[in-house]
Design a protein around this ligand. Structure first.
Ligand code: ATP
Length: 326
């Protein structure tokens, strides 16, 4: 394992009974990177991040965070990481500042440094003027910002963010990304985040796509999109099955229904569309052409769009979690 990697993972596995949540993944995160773990619900993102944060014990393999082994050196790992998880863990009856003071004490931040550090992290997420307000008066977005500030308070080397913007409106999501991007300019930190928002993965230096507990591909968003190289065409017709058959027979194209439209990939979408209308042999009611996006990357590597994959995984995940709580 490279000595200077912020996170290094080898053959990491986690099984919950018969469910193999993470099936042996290998990857490295470089210091200073914003690294995204991208995948549909139930892909194994939270389980992976939980193992790296020492909250869940691996079934197999190994991992280091900031140079420390997540099983053999849990305390060192914990001292070096900040955590922002999906479920808020702030105390609503305390003020924003009191929440941070409590955290500073838990993490042993030197008393003389606490005041300055609290001010710095709260200013970073634009909450300093609300420091005395009780947290239960905060909006969802403000709470998430405060959690990010708290995750940074003890100057961690690696900040783990599990779906940092889930459930937030688009404006707040983009504000949070503003803070995350600013963060790397002012703090010497590596950011490891999970998301199932394709647009957010674009902000990452590199992303790992995970599906069914396996790492499918890992690279920069640009390189991944370039690797797909084809435009995505989606058409609406009165008979999807006949359209898929006609696409195969007349053009040699493999199409499938994704998100309610017949979808396929061609090298140059705009040039292909006139031919499509002329030669498909059936009416097309609408057509759209898009350049490769991370969605297409996901589709080209996994065979389904992330939304299709989620629709299938959602029911299973909810059911399995309900069973696990029993
Ligand atoms: P989401 O985006 O919904 O959080 P995820 O990619 O983070 O999904 P995980 O939460 O890691 O996925 O779940 C991966 C698989 O492991 C799922 O099939 C899930 O049902 C299962 N799983 C997770 N935690 C447990 C548990 N405590 N007990 C049993 N099964 C679990």
């Amino acid at each position: 394992m490279p000595a200077d990697a912020a996170v290094s993972v080898r053959g990491l596995r986690k099984a919950y009974g018969k469910v193999e949540a993470v099936k042996g993944v290998d990857f490295e995160v470089r210091p200073g990177e914003v690294f995204g773990f991208l995948g549909p619900n139930g892909a194994g993102k939270t389980t992976t991040i939980s193992m790296l944060c020492t909250l869940v014990n691996p079934t197999g393999g190994s991992a280091t965070v900031a140079g420390h082994d997540v099983v053999k050196a849990r305390d060192e790992v914990r001292r070096n990481i900040g955590l922002v998880f999906q479920d808020p863990t702030l105390d609503g009856y305390l003020s924003a500042e009191q929440n941070l003071r409590f955290h500073a004490e838990l993490y042993g931040v030197p008393k003389a440094a606490v005041g300055d550090r609290i001010r710095k992290v709260m200013e970073m997420v634009a909450l300093w003027d609300r420091k005395d307000a009780k947290v239960n008066t905060f909006s969802g977005g403000m709470k998430r910002r405060l959690e990010i500030a708290r995750g940074l308070l003890h100057s961690p080397r690696v900040l783990f963010l599990d779906e940092p913007t889930v459930g937030l409106d688009p404006q707040t999501r983009s504000a949070i990304w503003g803070y995350i991007n600013q963060l790397r300019l002012v703090e010497d930190i590596t950011i490891f985040m999970t998301t199932h928002y394709m647009d957010e993965a674009e902000y990452c230096d590199r992303i790992a796509i995970v599906d069914h507990g396996e790492l499918v591909v890992i690279d920069s968003p640009e390189a991944l999109k370039a690797s797909v190289g084809k435009d995505r065409v989606q058409i609406q017709t009165a008979d999807d099955t006949a359209a898929i058959k006609a696409l195969r027979e007349r053009f040699g194209l493999e199409a499938a229904v994704h998100e309610g439209a017949v979808t396929f990939a061609v090298a140059s979408g705009e040039e292909f569309v006139p031919r499509l209308f002329a030669e498909l042999g059936m009416p097309i009611t609408s057509v759209s052409v898009s350049r490769p996006s991370l969605d297409d990357v996901f589709m080209s590597y996994t065979g389904s769009t992330i939304r299709d994959a989620e629709a299938g995984a959602d029911n299973m995940t909810t059911w399995m979690r309900a069973m696990a709580r029993r």
